[in-house]
Design a protein around this ligand. Structure first.
Ligand SMILES: [Mg+2]
Length: 223
C-alpha cells in the first residue's frame, strides 16, 4: 500500500510488484468495486440516520428520520470519517467486479487507486483481499490524473482508467490523454443522478459491459 497525491512523485510500477511490459488497468474502489453509498447508509442507520438517494451528493443526502432538511455538513463529515475507521470493511461488493478483474488480470496488470482517508487504509486493504481483489493498492488524495499519467507512462502497452467521478476522469484526460477512460457507477440508484460526460468519457455501467469495454480498450492499437 502506497500513498499518492498530485504533489508526490509517482511510484515505480516495479516497486508495486507490477510489470512494465504489460497493459495496465487502474481501478477505483468506491462506487466502482464497492457500493460505498450503500455501505455508508447501513452504517448511518446504526446511528439513527437515514440516507436518501435523492441526488448525486453525500452529506446532503443524510437525514434524521421524519425530517425534510438534511443534517449539517459537519455532522455528516464526522460520520464519514468514523465510517472509514470503523465500518469500511462492511461495504457490499459491486456485483461481478472481482470476477471481472480476475479475468482481466490475464490481459493486464491491475492497480487499485482509491481516494480514502488515512484511517481507512488497513480496512480497505483487508476488504479487497477478503473479496479476492488483492491487487497493489495506491491510496491517493486529490485528483487522480497526475498519478494515473505517471503510472501509464511506465507501462508498455495500453492503459485503462476506471472511475465514477467526473473530476477524476477529466483530470486523467488532461494529464494522460493516451489513457482510455470509462466512467461507471455501481449503485443502480445513483446511476440516473450521476453527472456524465459521455462524449469525453464513455459511460459503461455494470461489470459485464465494463469488462467487454475494457478488453476492447486493452487491444493493441493497429498501427
Ligand atoms: Mg469512486
Amino acid at each position: 500500500m502506497t500513498f499518492t497525491s498530485p504533489d508526490h512523485p509517482t511510484p515505480d510500477l516495479r516497486d508495486l510488484g507490477l510489470r512494465t511490459d504489460r497493459p495496465l488497468l487502474i481501478v477505483d474502489v468506491d462506487e466502482v468495486l464497492g457500493l460505498f453509498m450503500e455501505g455508508f447508509a447501513r452504517y448511518l442507520a446504526t446511528h439513527g440516520f437515514e440516507m436518501r438517494f435523492d441526488r448525486f451528493a453525500l452529506f446532503q443526502n443524510i437525514y434524521r428520520p421524519g425530517e425534510d432538511r438534511h443534517i449539517d455538513i459537519e455532522t455528516g463529515q464526522a460520520h464519514f470519517q468514523t465510517f472509514f475507521r470503523d465500518a469500511v470493511e462492511d461495504m457490499p461488493v459491486a456485483e461481478g467486479g472481482p470476477q471481472a478483474l480476475a479475468r482481466l488480470s490475464r490481459r493486464a496488470d491491475i492497480v487499485i487507486l482509491t481516494n480514502a482517508p488515512g484511517q481507512a487504509l488497513e480496512g480497505r486493504r483487508r476488504w479487497l483481499k477478503t473479496h479476492g481483489m488483492d491487487y497493489p493498492l495506491l491510496v491517493n488524495s486529490g485528483l487522480k490524473g497526475p498519478v494515473a499519467a505517471g503510472l501509464a507512462a511506465q507501462a508498455d502497452g495500453p492503459c485503462v482508467f476506471i472511475d465514477d467521478m467526473i473530476p477524476n476522469l477529466d483530470s486523467v484526460a488532461e494529464h494522460g490523454p493516451e489513457i482510455s477512460r470509462f466512467q461507471t457507477v455501481a449503485d443502480i440508484r445513483l446511476r440516473p443522478m450521476a453527472p456524465s460526460r459521455p462524449d469525453l468519457h464513455p459511460r459503461v455501467d455494470g461489470w459485464d459491459a465494463l469488462e467487454t469495454a475494457i478488453l476492447a480498450a486493452l487491444e493493441p492499437k493497429a498501427r
